[in-house]
Design a protein around this ligand. Structure first.
Ligand SMILES: N[C@@H](CCC(=O)N[C@@H](CS)C(=O)NCC(=O)O)C(=O)O
Length: 247
């Protein structure tokens, strides 16, 4: 019995040592991560809030896509796709907001709550992130992209497609506090920026009860991490563009 107890004690201490090593590995960047961004951009807002939740310092570099700054040769050399957000972590360049967020969580997360290491839990977060990229945000931008930049009237067919995606998310949230389970993950942060825009544009999604409750919960969750200053303020800028084109 004593021998078994000794083996268990040794195993526990090896495990604790492993955890301590894992914790010490999650260090912060040696210098602030450069983020090329513009305040109203929804994917930039998601990255900025995720960085705040992770406690990662960003060196924000305004890149005014309205004035073609993203088409300059220096920028195109870094990101041939010329999109913001683009990240530079001591020479490691990355674009696509969801890739940037998962990289930051992998590299600098103090724990794995925002982006779980458990394969199945992570798979659900990834599924939600992909749903956002390819479906929810895509349908939002299909509807509002032309309205924000060119004006015109609401395309009801595109609005119906967006509603369909919101409905799917409403079902995903059944019995859950957050989109991938019981705690906030990067998927919630990626997704909320779309709803913040929709609210600023006075788009009615009140019929989707789970989404409405989640949205209010997320606003509170992100309050200490720049929800008002980053997300709402940015969405308001887009709402102003939208209104200026509607008149
Ligand atoms: N899927 C990308 C979308 C990035 C994107 O399209 N960003 C817009 C601003 S919100 C942009 O850079 N537009 C300029 C361009 O595509 O040339 C992401 O999540 O980062």
């Amino acid at each position: 019995m004593k021998a078994i107890a000794l083996v268990v004690a040794i195993l526990i201490s090896i495990n604790n040592l492993g955890n301590a090593v894992a914790r010490s590995k999650s260090k912060m960047p040696t210098q602030a991560i450069k983020l090329y961004y513009l305040p109203p951009s929804p994917p930039c807002r998601a990255v900025m809030m995720a960085a705040k939740v992770l406690g990662v310092e960003l060196d924000l570099v305004v890149t005014n896509i309205m004035e073609g700054e993203h088409l300059r040769p220096e920028f195109m050399k870094m990101n041939p796709q010329h999109t913001i957000p683009t990240m530079d972590d001591s020479g490691f360049i990355l674009w696509e907001s969801r890739a940037i967020m998962t990289y930051m969580a992998n590299a600098y997360g103090k724990d794995d709550s925002l982006y779980p290491k458990n394969p199945r839990q992570r798979a659900v977060v990834d599924q939600r992130l992909n749903f956002d990229l390819g479906t929810l945000f895509m349908r939002y931008i299909n509807l509002y992209g032309p309205l924000i930049f060119k004006g015109g009237s609401m395309d009801e067919e595109k609005a119906a497609k967006l509603n369909e995606a919101i409905g799917w998310m409403n079902t995903m949230l059944e019995g859950k506090a957050f989109v991938a389970g019981d705690n906030m993950t990067l998927a919630d942060i990626s997704i909320i920026v779309t709803y913040t825009c929709l609210e600023a544009f006075e788009y009615d999604f009140s019929q989707y009860e789970n989404v409405m409750k989640w949205f209010e919960r997320m606003k509170k969750e992100l309050q200490p991490y720049g929800y008002e200053e980053i997300d709402r303020a940015g969405a308001q800028m887009l709402a102003t563009f939208l209104k200026s084109h509607a008149n």
